[in-house]
Design a protein around this ligand. Structure first.
Ligand SMILES: C[S@@+](CC[C@H](N)C(=O)[O-])C[C@H]1O[C@@H](n2cnc3c(N)ncnc32)[C@H](O)[C@@H]1O
Length: 215
């Protein structure tokens, strides 16, 4: 039972979602032991990227390419998703999945530690999706803001962390306590960041949407 969105509401939203497709469904089934976004967060990513007319997207934490396909599917020909993954095997599976989805020409999977690789990545990006190591969320925030264009969006997954970031809410926490502390600190940092305006959507595990202020 989800502590954030009641199960009947999750099922209702899943039933309404017309954007999912068979390739995405297969990938989700194959990666069930991985913490991938679900189709509702995927649809949110697709809608946000489409509404921005995004041509350059950056993702931290590719896994096997599930969220990446939702994002890259919003790109026009010539657009590019750059996605960073530390695990070589997952990165290879992601490349195969982008090819199966017909998106190999607009998704580039970079293998390596995001903390190191981000120094080499050049902006600006229209949208950045942060879904990598939770303890790196705060340390990477200023770098990601610098890579975002004014008016661009930083989307961060798992900011409610099964409700465990909410003091006193979860009787028997199951998540790694250091990760929980890192996300709670990040939420404060994100909401107070002078270059960002942030809203948190309590969908699935909590999604923060931050727009970079102009000027
Ligand atoms: C939550 S999963 C990403 C799920 C994916 N965004 C999706 O929804 O389809 C997080 C991924 O980040 C990767 N990761 C963890 N630490 C990393 C780091 N320092 N640099 C790059 N990737 C990292 C993990 O190997 C894992 O595959």
């Amino acid at each position: 039972m989800s502590r954030i969105v009641p199960d009947p509401v999750e099922r209702y939203l899943a039933g309404l979602n017309r954007l999912s497709d068979p390739v995405l469904n297969d990938i989700a089934k194959a990666g069930t032991d991985l913490p991938l976004v679900d189709a509702e967060v995927g649809a949110l990513l697709r809608v946000l990227a489409t509404s921005l007319h995004a041509t350059r997207i950056l993702e931290i934490g590719t896994a096997i390419g599930y969220s990446g396909i939702w994002l890259a599917g919003a790109l026009p020909a010539g657009g590019m998703l750059l996605t960073l993954e530390i695990d070589r095997v997952r990165a290879r599976q992601a490349r195969e999945n982008f090819a199966r989805a017909g998106l190999a020409d607009r998704a580039s999977v970079i293998v390596g530690d995001a903390e190191r690789m981000l120094a080499k990545v050049a902006g600006p990006f229209d949208l950045i999706f942060q879904d990598g190591d939770k303890r790196l969320y705060s340390p990477l925030l200023d770098r990601l803001v610098a890579l975002l264009r004014p008016g661009g969006l930083l989307v961060t997954d798992n900011v409610l962390w099964s409700g465990e970031v909410i003091p006193g809410y979860v009787e028997k926490p199951e998540r790694d306590v250091e990760d929980t502390r890192a996300i709670a600190a990040y939420n404060e940092h994100l909401n107070a960041h002078p270059a960002l305006m942030t809203a948190i959507v309590p969908l699935r595990d909590g999604v923060a949407i931050s727009v970079k202020r102009s000027g």
